[in-house]
Each structure stands twice: as C-alpha cells, then as structure tokens.
Design a protein around this ligand. Structure first.
Ligand code: UFG
Length: 326
C-alpha cells in the first residue's frame, strides 16, 4: 500500500515526501508542477504530473496505485494573488479537492490529511488562537481552505471519510541535508526575502511599524518545516491507530515580530540586512500565534526547534546552495 502526497513537488510537499520515504513508506506524488519543482522529488518516487482538475487522470492514478492514506497538500497559496483572482483559488483549491474526494470515495475512502492554514481565522479576537476560535477568513485563499475543511465533514457524514485538517502557521526553514528547500515564484514570505536581502545586500521592506505589538511590527508564529513534517507523521500514526476526524493548529505556540526575525537573520548570516519602514500590507493581522495545546495532547507531537535562529540557519544553508532556487 502507498501514501499519496498531492502537491508533493511543492515546498511542504517535498519535505513530506522525503520524510515518508526516509521512514520506509511507499510514496506516490501527484503534482501539476505549476508551482512545484520536479527536482524537489527524489527520482525514485513515482511522480504523476497531472492536475486535480482532471478527474479522469486522478481516477486512472487511483486504479494503478493502492492508496492507503492521502496527504492533500496541493493548492495555490498566495493571499495577495487570491484577492485579485478569487476564481483561480476556488477552482483549484475547492473544486480540485472535491474531485480528489470523489475519486477517493470510489477507491475505498482512505483517510486524508489536509493542509489548511491559519488564514481561516482572519483577524483573530483572541491569542493564542485555539482551534475553536471564530473563523472569518479575509482572503479567498483562507476562505477556500475553510470551505474544504467543511466539505470534508460532509464526506465524513456520507462515506465515513476520516480526515484531519492541519492549520499551518508560518512555515519556514529547510531539511538539514540542504537538498530541498523553499522556492516560491514569486516569493512573498518574510524569511526567504530577508535571506535574499542578506545575500544581495538590498534592504528589506518592513510592512507596518505602527501595530499594537511590542515593537510595532507584526507578530507571527514561525514553525520549522521539520517540526511541521513531524506533525504530519504524528497525524498519520493517529489515523492508522483509528483516530477520529479532527483539526489541529500547527505552530510553535510563540510569536516573533518582523524586526525580531530580521535581527535573528543578522545573527545567523553575519550580514547587516538594512530594513526600511513601509506602509502596512493590506489584510495583515497584527498578531497570529497558535495554541498548540490540542495537537500536543491528542497527537503527542511537540515542536523541537524553538528559536527563529534554528529555522533561519536551515533556510540559509538551502539559500546559499541554491541562490537561483531549483
Ligand atoms: N513582511 C514584511 N516584509 C516582507 C514580507 C513580509 O514586513 O517583505 C511581513 C508581513 O507583513 C507579515 C510577516 O512579515 O507581517 C509575515 O509575512 P509572510 O508573508 O511571510 O507570512 P503571512 O503571515 O502573511 O502568511 C502566512 C502564510 C499564509 C497564511 C497566512 C495567514 O504564509 O499561507 O500566514 O495569515 F495564509
């Protein structure tokens, strides 16, 4: 039996595939390679280069493979892009997920681990954010993920589809070997942008310095990709042990400001990294920090990389080895 990873050539997907492979699992990847990179997937792994919007192709793949569980990570994930092109997000993220579920439920309904996001909470009213907090997404991206979480519940009701949604906070860093890492085009995430600035000696734009936070810049919960993948493996064990459908926040449970991240990057790289104050970026909440109590209690998982320096050091190794990405 095999584990299917959709989006397995993407940033989180490729780390997930590598960890499953290293754990001795038989892994199959489905990725349309629109944003993913073929080079991010070990050539020993079966890669189906097709789209979830092509249900005939997905059905063929399920007929060829014997899928025991699905990690559904394939999605578009740029908040800003989703504001301009909402249809792309609903077609790709929501319709694509429904196509996948339809096929899965004619092939034994294997359990599914779904990659969701802190963006489902919008501007949170409490901190740290618990899973049962109010969910009011402020972008089509966040909305599309919340819609899929809800769709999963109806498949559970109709077909007994066991599912776990993992709401990622700010994922960063790279695997220790340095062969795979974060390569988004365009890149909008803070840590890779700060590292590019360290390399190219250009200033980082700090979006907003007048938030109600200790230093006026936004606070986020940065989680090392290795810890995020650890949460995926713990979820697979949970489902294999018969665990019920549920949803978990995956973060560190502790926040760092934009300025603290830039400071940490200066320590790690030894570069000056000039920073320039810019106006706020529309839609950014002041603070997003996860309560990880539920994931720790139910999944028996705990993040191990507790400082931004560790995350940034691993990302820096990848960036220095791959200045042009893959
Ligand atoms: N930032 C800057 N300068 C930059 C880039 C980012 O100051 O050049 C700031 C942002 O304004 C924000 C913080 O750095 O305050 C983090 O920004 P990222 O773009 O790295 O991450 P976000 O918090 O915006 O996004 C993350 C996930 C999304 C998810 C979102 C939920 O990457 O997938 O949290 O709000 F949708």
């Amino acid at each position: 039996m095999s584990i299917l990873v959709t989006g397995g050539a993407g940033y989180v997907g490729s780390h997930c595939v590598a960890a499953l492979h290293a754990a001795g699992e038989d892994v199959v990847v489905l990725d349309d390679l629109l944003r993913g990179h073929r080079a991010a997937v070990n050539p020993k792994i079966r890669l189906y280069a097709g789209s979830l919007n092509d249900p005939v192709y997905v059905g063929d793949m399920f007929r060829r493979e014997r899928i025991e569980a699905v990690f559904h990570l394939a999605s578009l994930s740029l908040v800003g892009e989703s504001m301009k092109k909402p249809g792309r997000y609903f077609l790709n993220n929501v319709a694509g997920a429904v196509n996948l579920l339809e096929v899965m439920c004619t092939h034994g309904c294997p359990p599914i681990i779904f990659s969701s996001t802190a963006a489902v909470y919008g501007h949170p009213t409490t901190t740290p954010i618990r899973e049962d907090a109010l969910k009011r997404p402020t972008s089509p991206y966040g909305e599309s993920k919340l819609m899929v979480e809800n769709v999963l519940k109806w498949y559970d009701a109709a077909y007994g589809l066991r599912h776990v949604a993992l709401r990622y906070f700010n994922v960063a860093g790279a695997a220790p070997g340095g062969e795979i890492g974060e390569d988004h085009r365009p890149e909008t995430h803070l840590i890779p942008i700060v590292l590019r600035a360290a390399r190219e000696k250009t200033p980082v734009k700090v979006f907003g310095t007048d938030y109600q936070t200790p230093d006026g810049t936004c606070v986020r919960d940065y989680i090392h990709i290795e810890d995020l993948i650890g949460a995926h493996l713990a979820t697979l064990r949970y489902l294999r042990d018969g665990g019920a459908s549920d949803v978990f926040n995956i973060g560190l449970g502790h926040g760092f400001s934009v300025r603290e991240i830039i400071e940490a990057a200066r320590r790690v790289t030894g570069a000056d990294i000039p920073a320039e104050a810019e106006p706020r970026r529309p839609g950014d909440p002041a603070e997003l920090v996860a309560s990880t109590e539920k994931a720790e209690r139910v999944l028996g998982w705990k993040p191990e990389h507790l400082t931004p320096d560790e995350i940034i050091a691993s990302a820096w190794r990848w960036h220095r080895g791959h200045s042009e990405g893959y």
